[in-house]
Design a binder for this molecule. Structure first.
Ligand SMILES: [Zn+2]
Length: 318
């Protein structure tokens, strides 16, 4: 058995490898393409594999770039408990003036970093720099999706303060992997975002508002659920790994009543809208790539691609 993997899983550290899970991030980037208008979709669809593959680059970089980790979250409850977050300055300069850059970096800079990436994407579109457009789009997809995860908004990000270690990967990796195939991923067309900063904070505040449910429901469930049925061992790669059991996962997923699906859909639509907005703000440059028709709900080709991403992840774990 891969001892490191087992150690990571049982200690709950595994989540740092895979916010939203690799499957979730790759799916969100791929699905977001289908929200785009025809003038953009051809180019994005032509590079769908790139956008999907590179959706997880920011997580991989966490080990080589020291300041990377803080870009994926904001421990908002360090500053303020309830939403709306009206004491945290939404603009970076004001936040630095109030809290200092060191403090901000220590508790995460997710929303501010995403806004910065949007300027970069707009710039890449203005220059029609295709490599930069793809690279930054893939990464915006990652950071934006991370902000849709409730546990990316709290110091208790892995339930370590409430004896719920492992909940991070449970909510954002295990549940989507188990149930994602049944989600409705038709989220409609991307919309133009008038005020990027405001919308980023709104989406993030939704995550903040959901985190008490994420933690509270799992806590309540764990207290009422037979301890010996909570975990199971599943074959992954060359050995068995400890996971939340199918029964426990289902009970939690039912309690959340669609929350994971809603946040994943929100992330998909948000990512598409961010790409679209940066493109419009750059003057809607013509992009190479054939025009393709908009998919309809339940598009079988799309679902096949999503399944392929999921299978690919399983292969990688072997
Ligand atoms: Zn991440």
């Amino acid at each position: 058995m891969n001892r490191l993997l087992l150690f990571l899983l049982t200690t709950g550290i595994f989540f740092v490898l895979s916010s939203w899970g690799f499957y979730g991030h790759k799916s969100i980037n791929r699905l977001a393409i289908y929200t785009l208008p025809g003038e953009m979709m051809g180019f994005y669809k032509q590079h769908a594999d790139y956008l999907s593959e590179h959706a997880v680059d920011p997580d991989k970089r966490r080990y080589s770039v020291e300041e990377e980790a803080g870009r994926h979250y904001l421990d908002a409850d360090y500053y303020e408990h309830a939403v709306p977050l009206d004491t945290i300055p939404h603009f970076w300069k004001d936040a630095v003036a109030k809290y200092s850059e060191d403090t901000l970096k220590a508790y995460g800079i997710g929303p501010w970093h995403l806004e910065k990436m949007m300027w970069r994407l707009q710039d890449a579109f203005s220059k029609k720099d295709q490599n930069a457009i793809l690279k930054i789009s893939a990464e915006i997809g990652h950071y934006a999706a991370d902000l849709c995860v409730p546990l990316h908004s709290t110091m208790n990000y892995n339930g370590q303060l409430t004896n719920q270690k492992g909940i991070h990967g449970f909510w954002e990796s295990r549940l989507p992997e188990l149930y994602g195939a049944g989600y409705d991923f038709y989220v409609g067309k991307a919309v133009y975002i008038e005020k990027i900063n405001t919308t980023i904070w709104e989406v993030f505040e939704e995550s903040c508002a959901a985190r008490d449910s994420v933690l509270g429901m799992e806590k309540a469930l764990s207290l009422s659920f037979p301890e010996e049925k909570k975990y199971a061992f599943e074959e992954k790669g060359n050995g068995l790994v400890k996971v939340y059991s199918a029964e426990y996962s289902k009970a939690y997923h039912d309690m959340l009543s669609g929350m994971v699906e809603r946040r994943m859909r929100r992330a998909t639509h948000f990512v598409g809208s961010l790409w679209y907005t940066a493109w419009v703000n750059a003057g809607s440059p013509v992009l190479d790539g054939e025009a393709v028709p908009m998919p309809v709900a339940g598009d079988s080709v799309l679902m096949e691609l999503i399944r392929r991403d999921q299978d690919h992840e399983r292969e990688l774990l072997k």
